[in-house]
Design a protein around this ligand. Structure first.
Ligand code: AMP
Ligand code: ZN
Length: 465
């Protein structure tokens, strides 16, 4: 397995800390609004990375935070608190907003076949852990108090810009222009670990701390939550490319200052989805959500395919025209797969051979486009139908494109019913003729198309898997 590491700016052989096991952390959403499809591009690519690791035999533990406090509208500790702004917009409490948009996020993930991480932890669950880390950073001299806030002192580090050769302007991608200088900071890049004195007198969520009643800065949550669940050494940390600076740079600064050793070995960054006018955002233009795509008649899985067709390290531009092309590609692909009949015995050796080919293709820095090419190669191959379906099922673990699921029947989808009823009648006849092999083959053929049949006292019933 090879993976591009933003720390070294090289594609590297992936070597986990513990053989066979992977600890993986994903920066979760800030739950003040719906996720846009740009955010979800990042989560799709991270989901694919996790599944490729599992497909290749690793035992993965993946942790994700939910940012429900501390994320200001500029990543550089200025602007309004995103959660408070969301609550004001909707005349609700911050916790109501957090709950609503956390649920909405996971609903979107489900529609896109993004697996739920093993651990999901809201920042507001971990205040005591944040306070502990800040206390240690103060003791070790990496933090200071000023203007009643606690700051991390970046001048105490040998190297702060760990993501290397980018110039500062490039790194400022996560930071807004409208930053007003915070005069408490000793150095330009120092960042807030704990706010007690802030511009937001109306800050909704506050906690007791040794420095007064207040709330944590944004960066501390990812360091603490990942260490809480994954320990002091981590294999892979993921996020969108805008997280590289200042968020991930600050995470590394405080984590390694706290631990006194290297913390995370591989940094995985997904490039942005742009619209035709530039970077996608929640405040600009049409707010592109999964629900919006659905309301326009798109199956969310078409968007997943759209994301998988490109490489995660390249910017991707969204347009309805390209999405339409992807929808047509998806339909054709599904039809080709639906036409494969479950015939012959599964050739297990061939399944293993094609499994390994796929693992190598997608294991080369998440080359999902190459994985899709292999899927077409399987369809073109001279494997028998049952073997093809088995390989497709195997690939779909990573691709998660519902490749074997029968199309959702729309109201009055008589065609599907007629087809299934026909197959059920054929199976009943085969049973009558004592041709049980044929009867079983019909059941398997339907199962491969996502149709489950059950023999009940009232007769044969069927449903979608
Ligand atoms: P947020 O909810 O703003 O904290 O962002 C959630 C995730 O989406 C983070 O990993 C961001 O880096 C990522 N992200 C933000 N904008 C985009 C975009 N336009 N394309 C891809 N990923 C993005
Ligand atoms: Zn984070």
């Amino acid at each position: 397995m090879k993976i591009y590491n933003s720390l070294t700016r090289n594609i590297e052989e992936f070597i986990p800390n513990e053989p066979g096991k992977v600890s993986m952390y994903t920066c979760g959403p800030t739950v003040y609004h719906f996720a846009h499809i740009g955010n979800l591009r990042t989560y799709i690519c991270e989901d694919v990375l996790e599944k490729i690791l599992r497909f290749s035999g690793y035992d993965v533990k993946r942790v994700m935070n939910i940012t429900d406090v501390g994320h200001l509208s500029s990543d550089a500790d200025t602007g309004e608190d995103k959660m408070v702004k969301g609550a004001q917009r909707e005349h609700k409490t911050v916790m109501e907003i957090a709950k609503f948009y956390t649920d909405a996020f996971f609903k979107d993930c489900e529609k896109l076949n993004i697996k739920m991480p093993d651990v999901v932890e809201p920042a507001t669950n971990c205040i005591s852990e944040f306070i502990h880390m800040i206390e240690v950073l103060l003791e070790k001299g990496f933090a200071y108090k000023a203007g009643e806030n606690v700051y991390f002192d970046t001048s105490k580090l040998k190297e702060y810009y760990v993501f290397g050769n980018q110039n500062e302007d490039e790194l400022m991608v996560g930071v807004r222009d409208d930053v007003s200088e915070d005069s408490n900071k000793r150095n330009k890049n120092d960042f807030v670990l704990w706010f007690t004195k802030s511009k937001f007198e109306d800050q909704a969520l506050k906690w007791e701390s040794p420095w007064g009643v207040g709330y944590p800065g944004w960066h501390i949550e990812c360091s603490c939550i990942s260490m809480k669940h994954l320990g002091d050494k981590m294999d892979i940390h993921c996020g969108g490319v805008d997280n590289m600076f200042p968020h991930h740079t600050n995470e590394i600064a405080q984590s390694e200052a706290y631990l006194g050793h290297k913390w995370c070995n591989y940094w995985f960054h997904v490039h942005h989805l742009n619209d035709e006018t530039g970077k996608m955002s929640k405040s600009k233009g049409e707010f592109l959500t999964v629900s919006l795509l659905e309301s326009k008649g798109y199956d969310p899985i078409v968007y997943r395919l759209f994301a998988l067709q490109s490489h995660y390290r390249k910017p991707l531009t969204f347009s309805y025209e390209t999405l339409d092309q992807t929808a047509a590609t998806y339909k054709k692909l599904k039809n080709r797969i639906a036409a494969v009949k479950a015939e012959g015995d599964v050739d297990e050796a061939a399944v293993k051979e094609w499994h390994d080919k796929f693992a190598e293709a997608v294991g080369n820095d998440c080359n999902t486009a190459m994985g899709l090419t292999l899927l077409y190669d399987v369809l073109k191959s001279d494997l028998n139908g049952s073997t093809k379906l088995k390989v497709i099922e195997d690939y779909d673990y990573v691709l998660s494109l519902n490749l074997l699921k029968a199309e959702e029947a729309e109201d009055g989808d008589d065609e599907l019913s007629a087809y299934v009823e026909g197959k059920i009648a054929e199976r009943a006849q085969a049973k009558k003729d004592k041709d049980f092999a044929r009867a079983d083959a019909i059941r398997d053929e339907l199962a491969a198309q996502g149709i489950i049949i059950e023999d009940t006292r009232e007769g044969v019933k069927w449903k979608r898997a």
